[in-house]
Ligand binder design. Structure first.
Ligand code: SF4
Ligand code: SF4
Length: 465
């Protein structure tokens, strides 16, 4: 392959004076574009509909960062579950690194909200209203006649409407649809913070998709910037087969073109690229793996009766060595670690208890002998309720004993997402003790339902048993 690397000295979307080169990518079509459209429908439905789904009156998902309350698949997580959040973050970062090393930027092309909204929502609207790339270019230079005004106003009104919907959807994910509905139905003067968030969100999304566009991926996104260190020659990327394609050259009539490779240098792969790069130059940070160039080139290959997939998902090494993509031992190992990480995280989420309790003997105290001969220890109890409902907890020990809560009745009321603390005496018959220290298990009963249990030690006089 030609080793001219000067294309790396500049961005395809910035001219020599530092000005923006506005891109007009040709409308993609083909197998991958069709699949990505279907995937985008699924993801958009998930994003828009999930905030409306409720289980027993509670949202299926809620990411309330302000109240530090998260609901995932109907299970509520409070600040007390912070260790799970920390673990999830670590898992997430390790996952991202391993996933990218093996599968490249598949996420960017197929799942990333920026690509989904930009390429499969806003760009589609643009094609629908203004036409394909050449029509858009023409419209830019056209005088402000009726057609241009109508097209521009129509497009930007729709853009604003969609940005408005995205902004409300994001707010619904954070505060829930009920609070959003409340916000919408309240005077902006009474809910200034919420109103400003809605308007700011709308203009932010509008600005990103109407103006900032591919710059988000090529200059702003930190994940994009990491590609240089995460990808290697075995990573799966959207790649041009330079072995088969070079030397490139136009098909000439009445000649056999026998010295040329399969690339006919039509430039369609460059024209469809939403980040304006030429994939034939090799792996580039600006490539979001959107697959538009694969579809475009396959269309060309079909027309010129050459094998498909001159541009395809492949690794640099598989192209150099002229072989198929190999799932190497390292990739298998990384995939194994990924599956394991996700498995551990899911298991931790599912085995998490609804109630967290600690029962500790009050520091500095030993035991007391009561008038009726029983032995008493003083404890401190702390109970955290991680469910949606208030709990009324009674403590029930596994030995023949009486519990005397100090200053309260025999029931501890623990609010949803809240905590209750108290102290209590545990009075035990000396015949039930195992010596100086007896292990005691205390069950937490919410009515007839056991919601947890906790182990603690009971100190008694020497000589029992
Ligand atoms: S090079 Fe191809 S896959 Fe990469 S962003 Fe451009 S069109 Fe998409
Ligand atoms: S679309 Fe295919 S044939 Fe045309 S320039 Fe790109 S790689 Fe070459």
């Amino acid at each position: 392959m030609d080793k001219h690397e000067d294309f790396r000295d500049s961005l395809a979307t910035v001219d020599e004076s530092g000005g923006r080169i506005w891109l007009f990518p040709t409308k993609p079509s083909g197998k991958y574009y069709k699949y990505r459209t279907w995937v985008s429908f699924g993801l958009l439905a998930f994003l828009l509909l999930v905030p409306w789904i409720k289980i027993n009156g509670h949202p299926l998902f809620l990411l309330d960062v302000f109240a530090r309350k998260f609901i995932l698949f109907g299970a509520v997580f409070w600040p007390q579950d912070f260790y799970l959040f920390g673990l999830a973050m670590i898992t997430f970062f390790v996952f991202i690194i391993l996933f990218t090393v093996v599968y490249g930027r598949v996420f960017c092309g197929w799942v990333c909200p920026q690509t989904i909204f930009m390429e499969l929502v806003f760009r589609k609207i643009e094609y629908w209203i203004e036409g394909d790339a050449s029509a858009q270019r023409k419209l830019v230079h056209a005088p402000w006649n009726r057609e241009k005004v109508l097209k521009r106003v129509g497009k930007h009104s729709l853009f604003l409407l969609i940005a408005f919907i995205i902004s409300h959807t994001v707010i619904a994910w954070v505060i829930g649809v009920d609070s959003l509905w409340n916000l919408v139905n309240t005077s902006p003067l009474k809910q200034q913070g919420g109103f400003i968030a809605m308007i700011a969100g709308t203009f932010l999304f509008y600005g990103v998709y109407a103006r900032f566009r591919e710059q988000m991926c090529t200059t702003f996104c930190p994940y994009g910037r990491l590609q240089g260190v995460l990808l290697d020659d075995d990573s799966m990327i959207v790649a041009y087969d330079h072995v088969r394609g070079e030397p490139r050259g136009k098909i000439k009539k009445d000649t056999e073109n026998k010295d040329l490779g399969d690339c006919i240098d039509c430039g369609l792969c460059v024209r469809v690229c939403p980040t304006g790069i030429d994939i034939r130059n090799g792996t580039q940070m600006e490539c979001v793996n959107c697959t538009a160039c694969i579809d475009a080139c396959n269309e060309v290959m079909e027309k010129v009766h050459r094998p498909l997939d001159l541009i395809r998902y492949a690794s640099e090494n598989s192209i150099k060595e002229n072989r198929g993509f190999i799932f190497t031992t390292r990739m298998k190992a990384y995939t194994g670690v990924l599956v394991l990480l996700v498995g551990v995280m899911v298991t931790l989420l599912f085995i998490r208890s609804d109630v967290e309790a600690t029962v500790l003997r009050t520091p500095g105290t030993l035991f007391q002998k009561l008038d009726d001969g029983r032995v008493s220890n003083l404890y401190q109890v702390k109970i955290i309720n991680k469910t949606f409902d208030t709990m009324h907890i009674a403590l029930s020990p596994n030995v023949n004993a009486t519990i005397r809560l100090i200053g309260k009745d025999s029931i501890l009321t623990v609010p949803s997402g809240g905590m209750a603390e108290s102290s209590f005496f545990l009075d035990v018959d000396p015949n039930d003790l195992d010596g100086i220290k007896t292990n005691v298990r205390i069950s937490l009963m919410d009515g007839d339902k056991k919601v947890g249990s906790v182990k603690t030690g009971f100190l008694g006089p020497a000589g029992n048993k």
